[in-house]
Ligand binder design. Structure first.
Ligand code: ADP
Ligand code: MG
Length: 588
């Protein structure tokens, strides 16, 4: 089928696609013959691929169909790796995870209408996580706008609330400019999502090569410094504090500030708490980590240096009862409008995390200082860590009967190597997993994030594997979480990715029942008892293991590691398995 031939003509003379974006674009067969004779033309699809590659896009995740097939084909020719996925949600999650891991925007390609709608989930998640990504959506030909064309949708408007930048490419000539704009806006400052609409006539439209505007590659984001006076004020407040605490967020992981933050912690000897994806900026096994006494540390801290983390629901808004009502917040963030959100900041350092930490280190080099080694706060933290470990020790040691979370994580923890990229998704599976699986390196943990999104798991896993060749990826998911993107097992097997999926199955959303109810309605939170999730991976040529007892877990994990290919280890849990009792009921 030749596309574009049956495009209805609007009034006025036909114009060559791309010649003038103010007028309707109609493909004229006569002009087409002339173009084919000219060697120096390029079509929109190829130009798009070339500009993406120029702007650092090495990975394009997506699903092809009308009208975006030519873009995917051109991308491969330009040396971009195209990863075809099974659902646009997963593809859009993969693009943002690759962007976060690689440190610059990567892209997602989807078809018009429903394709873009499905990918909105990824735009919203990227925006909430402050991660960059570029979504490219196909669209019907512009001269059919408003005619109820196939999959016609108001895509630019729909994407705008979930993006930093949303625009239509009106002609091939505009591609270099708009790609540069989208990439730069997504990447600079606080990162976020960008959207470009690619109508069919632009994808297929030709332009003379010598008419393509030249646009430079976007340089790495500038690293802005904070006001030195606020750095001094922050250090003074820390020195005055009785119970100082550093919180390390994923903004610091994004900013690649790990060597500076580590030096800062080692120099000052301050206790620190990593947020879920801030884990690994400083290794979890660092003696100053208060991860094992999180609630106590947050409650007792009188001064908190907040590094690239927001006082949102994950940090309990910075408010009582979880925080000291008089806590002094010393805030480092690249986004000025984040300063004093929920709690007024005592010192505000607006700048790039890595650059600002260098400012801190400079001041400390000229005036060294460290927190007292005998401070009562340290003792309280150490005691609480020991108490919390003791509270779960019986569950960790439970070798008999049905598997509980802590027992499963005992083996998973021993099986993991520090270089593995860990994905966590689910409710208890993610929360308990976060406390039990250590991160030694930054950007080695991905999870449901700021938006609390279920469904990110396998898209993130695919991205982590393709963006880090040679690394093993371990995705630990609840049974409910796995269901949101389970068909991506086919993607994992198609590309033969070194991903081990571990499903912790409690027959439901937050825990189900051992058997289907007799005669009564199926409880809303219930999922099928006896499901065999490992067979999903086997269906596509991967390998699966099924564990119902503690003793089966480690051998299954070791066999999966020895196999090295796509693997799914399915562990059934006691359906009543739970976290240790929480001090704050709403946390459970
Ligand atoms: P977490 O989930 O780890 O608590 P959040 O997503 O809540 O982290 O917060 C991350 C913060 O990091 C955001 O407020 C964002 O503006 C900030 N940020 C992003 N990039 C940088 C950077 N380069 N330097 C400093 N802060 C950054
Ligand atoms: Mg479950």
């Amino acid at each position: 089928m030749r596309r574009g031939v049956s495009v209805p003509r609007h009034r006025g003379a036909p114009v060559r696609a791309g010649a003038d974006h103010d007028r309707p674009i109609v493909r004229d067969p006569v002009v087409r013959v002339e173009q084919e004779q000219s060697l120096a033309t390029i079509n929109g699809a190829t130009l798009m691929a070339r500009e993406l590659k120029k702007q650092g896009v090495d990975y394009l995740f997506g699903i092809v169909g009308f009208p975006v097939v030519p873009i995917a084909v051109a991308a491969q020719k330009e040396g971009i790796t195209f990863i075809g996925m099974r659902n646009e949600q997963s593809a859009s999650y993969a693009a943002q995870a690759a962007s976060y891991l690689l440190g610059r925007p990567q892209a997602c390609l989807v078809v018009s209408g429903p394709g873009v709608i499905h990918a909105l989930a990824g735009l919203a998640n990227a925006q909430q996580n402050c991660w960059p990504m570029l979504l490219i959506g196909g669209a019907s030909a512009q001269n059919r706008d408003g005619m109820a064309d196939f999959q016609e949708e108001h895509q630019v408007e729909l994407c705008r609330p979930y993006c930093k930048y949303s625009a239509r490419v009106e002609s091939p000539k505009r591609i270099p400019f708009l790609v540069e704009q989208a990439i730069r806006t997504s990447w600079y400052g606080r990162p976020g999502a960008a959207y470009l609409d690619m109508p069919d006539d632009v994808i297929l439209g030709d332009i003379d090569e010598d008419q393509v505007p030249t646009v430079a590659p976007v340089a790495d984001p500038p690293r802005s410094l904070a006001d030195p006076a606020s750095v001094t004020a922050a250090l003074e407040a820390i020195k005055d504090a009785r119970n100082p605490l550093v919180i390390v967020g994923k903004g610091m992981a994004w900013s690649r500030a790990e060597s500076e933050v580590r030096r800062f912690i080692d120099h000052t000897q301050l206790p620190f708490l990593a947020t879920p994806m801030g884990k690994g900026v400083v290794p979890d096994d660092h003696p100053l980590s208060v991860g094992g006494a999180r609630s106590l540390a947050l409650q007792q801290a009188d001064t908190i240096l907040l590094l690239g983390a927001r006082l949102n629901w994950i940090l309990h808004y910075g408010l009582p009862p979880r925080f000291n009502p008089d806590v002094k917040i010393l805030q480092v963030d690249i986004a000025a409008d984040q300063i004093s959100h929920n709690v007024p900041a005592h010192a505000a350092m607006v700048g790039d995390g890595k650059a600002v930490m260098q400012q801190f280190l400079q001041q400390l080099d000229s005036q060294p200082w460290s927190y007292a080694s005998d401070a009562p706060f340290r003792t309280a933290i150490a005691e609480k860590i020991a108490e919390n470990e003791a509270a779960v020790a019986p569950q960790v040691a439970a070798d008999e009967g049905a598997v509980n979370y802590y027992r499963a994580f005992r083996d998973i923890k021993e099986f993991l190597s520090p270089d593995d990229i860990i994905i966590g998704e689910g409710a208890n599976t993610m929360d308990i997993g976060r406390t039990q699986m250590a991160n030694v390196h930054p950007r080695h943990r991905l999870d449901a994030g700021t938006y609390g999104t279920m469904g990110i798991g396998l898209g993130f896993a695919v991205a982590a594997a393709v963006a880090n060749p040679g690394k093993r990826v371990v995705a630990v998911q609840g049974d409910s979480a796995f269901g949101f993107s389970g068909m991506e097992c086919e993607t994992i097997c198609r590309y033969n990715l070194p991903i081990t999926v571990i499903v912790l199955n409690n027959n439901g959303i937050g825990g189900g029942q051992a058997a289907m109810p007799d005669g009564r309605p199926v409880p809303p939170n219930m999922l099928l008892p006896g499901a065999r999730y490992e067979q999903v991976m086997e269906a596509f040529g991967g390998k699966g293991w099924y564990c119902t007892e503690p003793s089966q877990i480690r051998p299954a994990l070791d066999a999966a590691a020895a196999w090295g290919g796509p693997a799914l280890v399915h562990i059934t849990l006691d359906t009543k398995a739970n976290r240790k009792p929480q001090q704050f009921a709403w946390k459970s």
